[in-house]
Design a protein around this ligand. Sequence first.
Ligand code: NAP
Length: 335
Amino acid sequence: MLLADYSLLRHNTFGFDARARYAMHIDSVDAAAALATDTRIANMPQLVLGGGSNVVLTRDFDGVALIVAIAGKRVIGEDDDAWLIEAGAGENWHDFVAWTLAQGMPGLENLALIPGTVGAAPIQNIGAYGLEMGERFERLSAVELATGERVEFDRAACAFGYRDSFFKRAGRGRFMITSVVFRLPKVWTPRAGYADVARALEGAANPDAQAIFDAVVAVRRAKLPDWTVLGNAGSFFKNPVVSAAAFETLKQCEPGVVSYPQADGHVKLAAGWLIDQCGWKGRGIGGAAVHDRQALVLVNRGGATGAQVLELAEAIKRDVLARFDVELEMEPVTL
Ligand code: NAP
């Protein structure tokens, strides 16, 4: 059904009351494929929305918002090493992770409580607490919006990077992801190295996947704002990765800089620390502010606009560049 003058308030986690000229809920692959020949929306700009957890809506959208609501999750096979699990793009990510554990198939527990949908997960290759979705990915199905053609993408075609994929670059806006297949290894090894998770697990000698899931949920609840209470889009900036030489120069002036050496010799900096050092934690512009418990998260304190969030982001970027000579890159996409 084509809905007119549709509020996107419930479809973006920042809680901006932007409106779309039209909206459609897409609940099947056939419905996705039929879009290409739907004369009512021919030549109209299209915006695919999953949970709206990685987007900054800066204005009303003069086109059709396509809200992905394709459901379903099932075990589709196994080999000696792993189970293969398929989920519809519209499934809630966190509920899906909990369901895999209930099936006795761990491997995604570090990614508990990440807002958004299964279909949105590959777009920015979601990651947390030492695990990236790309490590558990097998393939995905998508529909090319312009042609209605059904296409499969394997891991190489997705070109996953740090919070990055083909769908944020050359593929941006061209496809609707309809389902994703995950490969969950039968031999499970815990990833409990991140300090917050390790602390939450203290006392547990051999934590199982459920214990890690519970620890991640507890840490996230304590530290990250709940978007249903305080609008936000998770981490707003990527952690910058700099060369060893640039890091040495920086460390001379800023001995306390929080950093994580990478396997390839580069050094990852904690963007939240850089922002905090510039005095931005808890400060804002209009209703847009830096979260007071986690400087990497920008929040809508109420009545903020997407434009204010971008203005705040620019001011932060300017300050971090001036003080540390480090360029921050935004993680969410902007409309
Ligand atoms: P944190 O523990 O305060 O640490 C700050 C940053 O340092 C993190 O972003 C993380 O980088 C890095 N880090 C910490 N421990 C590390 C280790 N042992 N080895 C390598 N790098 C380490 O981070 P936080 O903000 O509370 O977030 C916790 C995790 O959830 C992080 O992995 C973060 O990326 C993820 N997260 C993602 C989003 C999102 O929207 N994308 C939102 C909230 C949290 P990495 O980011 O590279 O892991």
